[in-house]
Design a binder for this molecule. Structure first.
Ligand code: KG4
Ligand code: ZN
Length: 362
């Protein structure tokens, strides 16, 4: 059995966790503590990097202690310490990685520098004991990608956004119509009472042959619709949110359908192909339902980790570290590794034409 302490500080959650990976490759979460900084940033309507870094410094030691206590282990009982080394806000990454280096140096434990996106990509193996290969839809604040996952460290990007990430589109839409930070969950909440047919927002790239995503036009359409009927009533806000989510769900389903067909062609021998959704936006129930319907229609199994493990957390970082250790591909020289604000999961794939580089983790 491998036990790993994980640390996550790449954005606005400070998190620590201990996970175990058994001989047979299955995993369990021994502890998982997350401290959200929402209250620290809400007055500013978004994450302020300096405030985030300072809040990580203040909270991290205590959270690591809490994670070890809850798992009933000491540092001496873990095989390695895994910390997010990128991509993300550089101040937070420095705090997490340096803390992990100090803990590793003091305890003689091994250090593993983890790519945050790999944490999202492998979570479904922790929660659902999935085998490779599978298809991953990663939808977070900084990324919107379809990735072929063939093994630990073996990722091929099949599609990405050419402008905004989906989480960014949720957050900007929320801001446009006066909903508080964090935007995604508040748009979802407001949409519950709304009419998804009132506004005919565009379904970006629907029907296009290229595999990618685009969300900036949708955001502009929301702005124009909101300006046309300002000042907005609660009903207007609810209807805009519901119509926005309907457009997003339909655009996603169209884009992902292409990837499902491509996966079938590439892996005709995989009996039950799987689509996994991960990242903060994967917590959205409308999106989950749309993907479930899509998979039902295409003979795919749909796997969505529980919302708490879709949003940023340290269990996914500890798990990615454990998987790397188990696969024998943990970096030998992580103590020398510097944090990286940008760190693509698939470094081979060429940048996409039109792809902007915006957002905290773009
Ligand atoms: O994965 P994550 O926690 O952090 C990054 O790695 O970026 O994703 C955060 C993003 C934010 O844009 C947030 O608004 C969005 O996920 N999000 C949601 C929901 N919960 C979080 N978007 C839509 N619906 C939700 N329920
Ligand atoms: Zn994330």
């Amino acid at each position: 059995m491998i036990r790993v302490l994980g640390i996550e500080t790449s954005c606005d959650e400070t998190a620590a966790s201990v996970v175990a990976l058994s001989e047979d490759g299955s995993g369990s979460i021994l502890s998982n503590v997350v401290l959200s900084q929402i209250a620290d940033h809400s007055a500013y309507g978004g994450v302020v990097p300096e405030i985030a870094a300072r809040a990580h410094v203040e909270a991290l030691d205590g959270l690591v202690e809490a994670a070890l206590d809850e798992a009933r282990v000491d540092l001496a009982d873990v095989d390695a310490i895994a910390a997010t080394a990128g991509p993300g806000l550089i101040g937070g990454l420095i705090v997490g990685l340096i803390t992990a280096k100090a803990l590793a140096a003091a305890s003689g434990r091994r250090l593993i520098a983890v790519n945050h996106l790999e944490g999202h990509a492998l979570t479904a193996r922790l929660t659902h004991a999935l085998d490779f290969p599978y298809l991953l839809l990663l939808v977070s604040g900084g990324h919107t990608q379809i990735v072929l996952v063939e093994g630990v460290g073996r990722y091929t990007r099949w599609a990405t956004t050419i402008d905004d990430a989906l989480g960014e589109a949720f957050d900007k839409t929320a801001k446009l119509i006066g909903l508080p930070f964090p935007g995604g969950p508040n748009v979802e909440k407001a949409a519950r009472d709304g009419d998804p047919r009132r506004f005919a927002f565009p379904r970006p790239l629907k029907g296009e042959a290229r595999p990618d995503f685009s969300f900036s036009g949708l955001k502009t359409a929301v702005r124009l619709a909101a300006e046309a009927i300002a000042p907005l009533t609660d009903r207007d806000v609810a209807d805009i949110c519901a119509s926005f989510q309907a457009a997003v769900a339909e655009a996603l389903a169209d884009r992902v359908a292409r990837a499902l067909a491509r996966f079938r062609d590439a892996f005709p021998d995989v009996g039950e192909p799987v689509l996994v959704v991960a990242g903060g936006v994967a917590a959205n129930a409308t999106i989950r339902a749309a993907l479930q319907r899509l998979c039902d229609g295409h003979g795919f199994r749909f796997v969505a980790p529980p919302p708490s493990l879709c949003a940023d957390n340290a269990a996914m970082i500890a798990w990615a570290g454990a998987e790397r250790l188990h696969a024998g591909i943990a970096d030998g020289d992580a103590m020398d590794m510097a944090p990286r604000s940008r760190w693509p999961l698939d470094a081979e794939s060429a940048p996409v034409y039109g792809a902007g580089r915006r957002g905290a983790k773009a």
